[in-house]
Design a protein around this ligand. Structure first.
Ligand code: F0G
Length: 441
């Protein structure tokens, strides 16, 4: 262990209930449905499942793929015993679901061949109901909010969490309050928060300022916080990797690669993998690679330097991951260590080049998602990922989340970015001969 990043499994309580919350640092345990996001010592919490009592198998999970039960049709609640173990009857009554998950795992050989890999898949989380992976954590977070009798939910967001929260709050009749950094979120995401009816507060500051404020407001106003500091959000997000494994017929790849911002998603993926392995549903563990934007790289710096995380002032074109003080960094590092993982960083230029490549193969994703592919390329170039390794990259959000950046890229209007794959629109008069000339060129 290079870091003091806490325990993975909790200390036993004198009378442990089947599942509970546990502090990642001191191990203190709390009841599963206790309304809290932090331990009394202020560190974050894990949901600890009673894996001995969990009888999930590949066969049970595969049989649910053909089921018409709404829980089974959700790519999150299909794995419910490892998400929120309240039993089928209760969950059928309380789950707030939009049928999230069941996203495509694309065979991305066109992208792979360009970046030196023979086996690359891309799991497109942009195909979730609100266009990002956040819906997986949100279905769990909002279900708990309703179950605990909360009336309002809130989050700080670079855009996708707010879009997701606003939607899930609206369908379940909860009031939604979002805190976003002013002028710094992509328009697709802002439009969703407004359209779904969330009270949208634009903070004169960055995401990290918004995150600090929302925690204070939730504590004083009795509002339920659904940022990924909320341990149930992490539980829902684990379903990405459960589904990847099921998509691959439980054959474990060598690597799972994803972008890192507030670091909830990689925390979730590591936790989910360790649980599947403990249950013998998978027979080995993949390695994990977390990719940060070079302008928002506190985890990369801490990882490379072997020190505690030092917050940075974040700046990157990938606004979704423009985060300088990630809340879940201890949990995140613990998971990366457990999976023999690595952390890398990529420049905005590399992100946009990878994005143009992913987009042009017809798959498409928002900039932060494509940090994944830029990171894979770097790790292949460095020999960390071998060309024959089986690699799954996670694309976290939909291409249409940030159309501005796409049009600016293709018209060569992004400051500091070389648009090497630009596909600019061609202006033409409404003249058939001119159009024929353009087509034949
Ligand atoms: N990719 C996208 C598209 C995101 O929206 C985010 C985070 C990440 C990657 C990073 O995931 O935070 O779990 O490490 N977006 C948050 C938001 C912060 O507010 O929507 P992470």
């Amino acid at each position: 262990m290079r870091f003091n990043i806490g325990t993975w499994f909790a200390q036993p309580m004198s009378q442990p209930p089947s599942w509970h919350l546990a502090c990642v640092e001191c191990g203190t345990t709390y009841l599963g449905l206790e309304l809290r996001y932090r331990c009394d010592c202020s560190a974050t919490l894990d949901v600890i499942h009673d894996l001995d009592a969990c009888n999930l198998t590949r066969e049970i999970l595969d049989s649910r793929l053909a089921s018409k039960n709404p829980l089974d049709r959700s790519g999150v609640w299909r794995f419910r015993e490892l998400i929120l173990p309240l039993g089928d009857e209760t969950l059928s009554n309380i789950a707030v679901t939009r049928g999230e998950g069941s996203t495509q795992l694309y065979d991305a050989s066109l992208v792979g061949s360009e970046i030196g890999l023979s086996n690359l898949w891309l799991k497109h989380e942009g195909e979730n109901p609100t266009g990002s992976f956040k819906d997986r954590g949100m279905t769990a977070g909002i279900t708990i909010a309703k179950h605990l009798g909360m009336k309002a939910v809130a989050c700080a967001s670079t855009g996708n969490t707010s879009a997701s929260m606003a939607s899930y709050a609206a369908i379940s009749g909860l009031e939604a309050i979002v805190f976003i950094p002013e002028g710094k979120i992509a328009f697709g995401k802002l439009s969703q928060a407004l359209a779904y009816g969330a009270k949208t507060i634009q903070i004169e500051g960055d995401f990290d300022d918004a995150m600090a404020l929302v925690q204070e407001v939730c504590a004083s106003e009795g509002i339920y916080l659904v940022n990924s500091i909320n341990p149930f959000r992490i539980e829902g997000q684990k379903a990405i990797v459960f589904e990847i494994m099921q998509d691959l017929d439980w054959q474990v790849p060598d690597w799972i690669v994803l972008p890192g911002g507030n670091l909830g998603n990689n925390t979730a993926i590591s936790k989910g993998l360790l649980e599947l392995h403990a249950l013998n549903i998978i027979d080995r563990l993949p390695r994990i690679a977390v990719v940060q934007a070079a302008g928002a790289n506190p985890l990369y710096t801490a990882w490379a330097g072997g020190e505690n995380l030092v917050p940075v002032k974040a700046d990157t074109i990938a606004t979704a991951i423009k985060i300088g003080s990630p809340v879940s960094w201890r949990k995140s590092m613990r998971g990366i260590e457990a999976l023999d993982g690595v952390v890398t960083e990529v420049s905005d230029d590399q992100i946009m080049d990878a994005k143009a490549l992913v987009d042009a193969t017809g798959i498409g994703a928002e900039p932060a998602s494509c940090a994944t592919v830029a990171g894979i390329r770097r790790l292949v170039d460095e020999g960390v990922i071998k060309s024959e390794d089986k690699v799954v990259g996670v694309l976290t959000g939909h291409l249409l989340k940030d159309p501005d950046v796409v049009v600016k890229y293709h018209t060569n209007n992004l400051e500091g970015i070389k648009s090497q794959r630009a596909n600019a629109p061609i202006s033409a008069s409404a003249d058939i001969d001119e159009i024929r000339r353009i087509i034949r060129q």
